[in-house]
Ligand binder design. Structure first.
Ligand code: URA
Length: 481
């Protein structure tokens, strides 16, 4: 590429994911380095009526992006920082030129900055989901419609809208914001222009004043439709509604697939680490187990439930490391893994198999207890595949420091975390490979506790002890090798 050539790219204002993807294909295909590109955004009518194609005279080639990079891009384009496209292009450029694992370098200033921006966008979406206040308009001309006003910090309308469509699919609603508006007619979503605060309040406020509405803790995530109807009042300011721009219920059907057109590939990269408020802790890549544990303890949970992390315990360089799913109620209270009913059963089976638990390392795939509160009880919830993936970065680092001879996956979640994919236990029970580690797959002890009849429990207990004896043998062989 001629180093004197300078390319100027103008994208639409707001979150122009489509435009950025198009630019990305062309720029990477033409091999134009980031220093030779300047980016700007235009505030134009096109933003809400369809975009003009970039005028390069070429379409560019689809590029292959890791799924994590594609997700990061679709989040960061929603940020309100003007330099976001330049930063994203630098990231893609570096990943395509010798740094394919750049996203796992969470201490890299560019990666840290982009992760921080993505988490600010996600927080803004959560704030909108939790804080939106709908009011019912019942107008002879427009019919029944729920209207809400919100002031997002970032350009989050499209990612936030899916949540409202899923909950209020069978209602007509409009969300007005200074960053654009959303209009749902039970079939299609349209994205319209920004609406100023005063115009919006004129539409929204009538019998219930805006303040009353806003101050109430109306939460669309938790409300159901009859409550919504009861809550809302019946009349609206027709004049303001008539004055709405038709473009406000305009023409762009939202595309939920945030990454279409870019071929994605999931690779064996370690999962993204959650940097929500812990980016300070992550400024330095942990160099020891103690440093890693400090980061884990300082980080917010990535599951709904306890905020207290339960760390792994045991000696370094053990013959065996056991990996469970996540701490349970008792583990969360005591702050130690496998001390509740499943832990007691595991201890008994280990003893019978001749394994001294104190010489093993015991940890979990997910470091926080995920639960829902039901009265006084905290009910265990199985972590989702996405949550397991988020915690995987820590688990890989942890085992890297501990360096066991053999890693034992107890149950499906541990297998998923260690193998990077779901594998049925029945078919895969026995020796395995987890990355660079010799491994072994067996059942989780709580599986035995859930079995309804005593015979089955006895049978499965014997099978678990047999597995542990074999694990013990294999770990000795590996230690000698
Ligand atoms: N179940 C697990 O997977 N881990 C624990 O620490 C306790 C119960």
């Amino acid at each position: 590429m001629d180093p004197t050539v300078h390319q100027h790219i103008t994208l639409n204002g707001g979150a122009d994911l489509q435009g950025f993807r198009q630019a990305l294909r062309i720029l990477t295909w033409s091999n134009i380095p980031p220093e030779q590109i300047s980016w700007s955004e235009q505030e134009s009518a096109e933003q809400f009526g369809g975009r003009q194609p970039l005028t390069f005279g070429m379409a560019g080639k689809p590029i292959i992006l890791q799924r994590m990079a594609a997700e990061l891009i679709s989040n960061v384009v929603c940020h309100s920082l003007p330099g976001k496209y330049a930063m994203l292009y630098r990231l893609v450029w570096r990943m395509q030129h010798d740094e394919p694992r750049l996203l796992s370098a969470t201490h890299d200033p560019l990666v840290m900055g982009l992760n921080q921006m993505a988490s600010e966008v996600r927080r803004d979406v959560e704030r909108m989901h939790a804080g939106l206040c709908f009011r019912e308009i019942n107008d002879a001309e427009i019919g029944e419609r729920f209207i809400a006003w919100f002031e997002p910090e970032h350009f989050i309308l499209e990612p936030a809208a899916k949540h409202f469509i899923e909950r209020f699919r069978s209602l007509d609603w409009t969300i007005l914001t200074p960053k654009g508006s959303l209009c749902w007619d039970r079939k299609e979503l349209a994205i319209g222009p920004p609406v100023g605060r005063s115009a919006s309040l004129e539409v929204v406020a009538s019998e219930i004043s805006w303040r009353t509405c806003h101050e109430s803790t109306f939460n669309p995530a938790h409300v159901h439709i009859p409550t919504l109807r009861r809550y809302a009042s019946q009349q609206a300011t027709r004049k303001s509604w008539r004055n709405r721009s038709d473009a406000a219920c305009g023409l762009i059907p939202a595309a939920w697939s945030r990454v279409d057109g870019v071929i994605e590939q999931e690779t064996a990269m370690p999962a993204k680490r959650n940097l929500k408020e812990s980016s300070a802790a992550a400024a330095e890549e942990p160099k020891s187990l103690a440093a890693l544990n400090r980061v884990i303890e300082a980080s917010p949970p990535m599951v709904e439930g306890s905020h207290k992390a339960v760390l792994g315990e045991g000696p370094m360089h053990p013959a065996i490391a056991f990996v469970g799913e996540q701490p349970g109620d008792q583990e969360d209270i005591e702050g130690r893994p496998f001390v509740g009913p499943a832990g007691k059963l595991l201890n008994r089976a280990m003893e019978e198999a001749g394994i001294d638990r104190k010489k093993t390392y015991v940890t979990n795939a997910v470091k926080h207890f995920k639960f829902v509160q039901r009265g006084k009880r905290r009910l265990h919830q199985t972590p989702t595949a996405g949550e397991v993936k988020q915690y995987r970065w820590w688990l890989e680092k942890e085992l890297g420091f501990v360096e066991p001879k053999l890693v034992v996956a107890l149950g499906a979640t541990a297998v998923h975390a260690l193998a990077g994919k779901a594998l049925p236990i029945g078919k895969n029970r026995g020796p395995a490979k987890f990355g660079g580690f010799d491994g072994y797959i067996t059942v989780h002890p709580s599986f035995l506790l859930r079995l309804p009849d005593e015979d089955a429990r006895q049978r499965e207990y014997k099978a678990l002890v047999a597995d542990l004896k074999r694990i013990d043998r294999l770990s000795h062989e590996a230690s000698r090798a």
